[in-house]
Design a protein around this ligand. Structure first.
Ligand SMILES: *Cc1c(COP(=O)(O)O)cnc(C)c1O
Length: 454
């Protein structure tokens, strides 16, 4: 069976383009989406798809062991295997946070650890698809010199790595001083042209759009729906990891809102093709300091306006003019969704609390956890529900956030669970005395606010 997919204008189903055409907007200036030949996909039964996907899961058979390319027919069937640029993305741990869930009052809490990935964030899921299609375009003779993106840190890390693996030059636009050291170093190490601009993400985005108007530099931001096609596997994977059972809730942090849209689209495809028989509810969690979707939600999505995003510890979602806002609203409407927000204090508390149970929580994942805590308190999420929180990046990318928290250096945040190291002389008696003073407090995973004792 020949499977096929193409770009379609979001505002006109008759306007279509091949995936290998350099094109980001419809004739009327709207976004393009990827559409699949669903008739061809229906030629396999749900049971056959499940067997195929389960048989490929985490094998080393190129390229199907990748969580994304294991679902190639649903993602990007037209790219030749030789052009696939994969680093075994996807297939990340769905972690049963049993003790954290117990503490929060929900028995069945799971964290989908998308940060346990090649470049440390879920952005790998989409970038493997985009860079593979560009490799295919170059093989077809298209004059593409480089791939570029504006980024709050993780997109540029993924682009630079996948570009380097493929031998394709990359250019990244970063808002100066607004990404973590690790996120800045990743594209530097991979040899990308790193342009650090004195603006925010939204300002970088405006400039990269101008620069890529020349078709020789390909635009890798998530307005490009090739990325959404890869990212949509996360929802399908969650269902697969539960033996095709659907959780009650999936909670996801949102900035530019491509990932919220992707989560919904993957689940809808699995629903359409009969692999799952119901849909979860989706919660999109935003930082209070960058909450345009939350504000829109409060108006019933009637008013959809950009805002000037304020600084937030959740720097990867400090976005005031999310490009996929309408994609996300349509998903949230279909999934009976909720939008919640978290303050800096709430996200810092949530991260520290989860870390005490063995997680290592990035600030964005913490926004999603804080939203979960609020929805539990409001009785929207019940203690008997199965809840999946999507962890979008690895905490190791955000060491400064952790250091500042534990040194009580975060502005306007009280570090209730600060645990700074004790400095002692190299003296056994002093060490014994310190252990005696502290060891009663050290029941692992039982957070005890320590005030300002140390
Ligand atoms: C990009 C990113 C997000 C937000 O994803 P959007 O698609 O922009 O909504 C959340 N967390 C992390 C760690 C990210 O890198």
């Amino acid at each position: 069976m020949k499977y096929d997919a193409w770009f379609v204008a979001a505002d006109d189903p008759a306007e279509k383009y091949p995936l290998t055409e350099v094109r980001y907007y419809s004739q009327s200036g709207g976004l393009l989406d990827v559409e699949h030949d669903m008739t061809a996909l229906r030629s396999r039964s749900a049971a056959e798809w499940k067997r195929l996907f389960d048989g490929r899961w985490m094998t080393t058979k190129w390229p199907y062991g990748s969580g994304v390319w294991g679902k190639k027919e649903w993602v990007c069937p037209t790219v030749a295997d030789d052009n696939i640029v994969s680093m075994f993305e996807g297939g990340t741990n769905l972690f049963w946070a049993e003790r954290l869930g117990g503490d929060l009052g929900v028995g069945d809490l799971w964290i989908k650890l998308c940060g346990n990935s090649h470049t440390g964030s879920f952005k790998d899921l989409g970038m493997t698809v985009l860079v593979s299609v560009v490799k295919q375009m170059i093989a077809m003779g298209k004059p593409i010199r480089a791939i570029a993106c504006a980024s709050t840190g993780d997109t540029s890390a993924a682009l630079a790595s996948y570009g380097a693996a493929a031998g394709i030059p990359t250019i990244v636009f970063l808002p100066r001083g607004k990404v973590s050291v690790a996120q800045l170093l990743q594209p530097i190490a991979h040899g990308a042209l790193v342009l650090s601009l004195d603006t925010d993400f939204d300002g970088c985005m405006n400039i990269v759009r101008e620069v890529t108007a020349d078709d020789s530099i390909y635009l890798a931001n998530s307005l490009n729906s090739l990325r959404i096609e890869g990212q949509k596997t996360v929802g399908i994977e969650i269902a697969q990891q539960f033996d095709w059972e659907v959780p009650d809730w999936i909670v996801i942090p949102g900035g530019n809102l491509g990932n919220t849209a992707a989560l919904g689209r993957g689940l809808l495809m699995a629903f359409d093709l009969g692999l799952i028989n119901r849909l979860p509810r989706i919660v999109c969690a935003q930082s209070h300091n960058a909450n345009p979707l939350y504000r829109s939600y409060l108006t019933g999505f009637i008013d959809v306006s950009p805002i000037a995003a304020q600084p937030t510890l959740a720097s990867a979602i400090q976005i005031g003019a999310p490009v996929s806002v309408h994609r996300a609203i349509s998903v949230l409407t279909r999934f009976n969704g909720i939008v919640e927000e978290a303050t800096e204090q709430e996200l810092a508390d949530a991260a520290a609390r989860a870390d005490r149970y063995g997680l290592y929580t990035c600030p964005h994942t913490a926004v999603a956890l804080a939203a979960t805590i609020k929805l539990l308190a409001r009785g929207e999420i019940r203690s008997t529900h199965r809840v999946v929180v999507i962890s979008t990046a690895h905490g190791l990318k955000f060491s400064r956030f952790k250091v500042d928290y534990h040194e009580r250096q975060l502005a306007n945040v009280v570090s209730h669970l600060a645990n700074p190291p004790m400095s002692l002389p190299a003296d056994v008696d002093a060490v014994r005395a310190a252990i005696e003073r502290r060891c009663d407090e050290l029941r692992p995973g039982t957070p005890q606010p320590q005030g300002t004792r140390m």
